[in-house]
Write a protein that binds this ligand. Sequence first.
Ligand SMILES: [Zn+2]
Length: 346
Amino acid sequence: MNVSDKFIRSLPKIDLHCHLDGSVRTQTMLDLALRQNYNLPADNVEELRKYVRVPPDCKSLSEFLERFNVFYPLLKTPYALERVTYELLRDCSYENTKYMEIRFAPVLQKTENFPVPEVIESVLKGLEKGTSEFDIKAGIILCLYRGSTPEEIKETAEWALRMKKYGVCGVDIAGDETSYGLSDFRETLDFCRKNEINMTIHAGEAGGPENIAEAVEMGALRIGHGVALAKDPNLREILIEKGIPLEICITSNIHTQVVDGYDCHPFKELHDKGVVITLNTDDRGVSGIDLTYEYNKAVELGLKVSDLADIILNGVEYSFQDEAKKNRMKEEFIKQIKGRMQFYEK
Ligand SMILES: [Zn+2]
């Protein structure tokens, strides 16, 4: 079925898995470099994209991660973080994303003179500005980073609790899951559960299904990626039974070599077997994609247009918003989606 880009763009959408640092506009990197007197390898958007965007024939995870190193030093100031958050909301609202959860690891942005609370505050300022100016709502997820110190992990979770009423809606565990398990996080995750801080955990992306099982055992309400679930039918049934959704990011998995190609991605098989899935971008800047692109890909790979409605509503249902907000959003979305679908069928 040929689904127009315009139709998908017009659907109200949700992005639950979006990294702030992977979603920076190339032009903004140039502006920030100018402000900070920082040398980038190129001085125009077209040239710089060769360094900060994944090439379509990306061969390895390290090639993907190298992209971040080029511009990362620019993202450690209040101005930069407020601006990239604001611009991300603007970009997403333009493709009709109505709600998103933006995640970042404060430990990666902090410096000696820019401590964690100020890092979070800068992002929240951008969030406030963006959500008041554009037709989009959003929450912030703080990433606890694999490989950081136990103190840093604990501190980030404590700030998630303190900043709850200002827009922080949960925590995530990000970083290299093949080198770092979750044992360092046990105490902090207990703290999160006790304080009702929502948890999502990157698991079963580069690692195996056992990492998903561990994340579920630790209290994850959602799993970031979780493509390895396709390898373990028993675990798949457990996730279905518990109603734990996967935050699927198709193109990112191709770029990081988690799956060999679009045709091998297991999202449709998992969806068909009853796993709750959502569709998300991960790193829209570095990957050079948007959510509309990901939806188009999903349809190209066999998802029915009617499935898209379910997936969008999964995004509402499993978002880290309170029940009243979810219910209102669901009602509004159903109306909008029905209208679009009718229009589409004509
Ligand atoms: Zn991610």
